[in-house]
Design a protein around this ligand. Sequence first.
Ligand code: GLU
Length: 376
Amino acid sequence: MSSSTEEGRTTRPIIVVKIGSSSVVGSDGAIDSASLSKLAAEVAACRNDGSAVVVVTSGAIAAGLPQLGLRSGQVRDAAVLRAASAVGQTSLMRAFEVALGAEGLLGGQVLLAPTDFMLRRRYLKSRGTLHALLELGVVPIINENDAIADDEIRFGDNDRLAALVAHLVEAKKLVLLTDTAGLFTADPRLDASASLIEEIAEIDQTLEDAAGGARSAQSRGGMASKLAAAKIATWSGVETVIAFAGRTNVVLDAVAGVPGVGTTFRARDQRLSARKLWIGFALPAAGRVLVDDGARHALVDHHRSLLPAGITGVVGKFDADDAVEIADGAGVVFAKAMVRWSSTEIELNRGHKTSEVPDHLTDEVVHRDDLVLLPR
Ligand code: GLU
């Protein structure tokens, strides 16, 4: 057992390692035990080096479908996919138990849902469980609770889940293992001159456009979802590395920051709160609120709340508590926020002074605690 702080949090640096379906399950649909053994050996080496390790794994659905005589990529029925995950998750944990056991390690399954990050009480409970597992020397093995996942609200891919877990446990590093060496200047399959981008200081729109949306039949991720995850993690103050799962010592080297191990995304100095992280990056925008220059200035430079007087327009239909984009007069989206008014209430009262709006509405259309400024 390691030393811990009063709250039971381990004092060792925590590394979150995410492994995708294509590394966990072979093209024949069987769990790739060699790949899991390699990961387990790396987890053991990392722990011997003084880190605590959390694993986020995919592969439940990919492993479950063939056991039910079904093929990956062909099933669209959400209930069948949920059922397949229930079957596959069991096999996955059995395989992890064997692989970790060979290293003298014990794994513990934790299945998470988005509400575990949205609701403060559940957030604290999940964090407490993960810290207790680490403190007991167990390797937490996390996946989305696919069997009962709500199709309307789900992580969608485990890259994002891993990034939120990295925030939850205040990880030192997030390592996203995948089937390419990292992020390239162009698609290396199409362009021979493509080279690995070793370090990225800030994820911007150009980079996101370049990442496109390559996905394989088995996994939901792709470079776009890895970038989105890296954004969540770096905005949580967690350095992120995307690297090739098959590389020798990939986890150890990523933790040590060995040059060329993959693509490293530098962490931001400021760590967003879980609530802001959720609003900024996990909730899809249901519409857009347009504001004048004065409101933009108040939000960006003075960190104020958004009042109806500065609103010039609204796009889309949404309810109170939905996430929206905030755009300026030139149409540039500069923030993401959770609104306290519906689109209809905004449309009816925009441009008005706070004293003129009906009593049942809050003064702020967006409270400053619910507003996330995006990089310029
Ligand atoms: N949670 C899904 C599974 O285990 C995978 C999601 C993903 O591919 O990122 O099957």
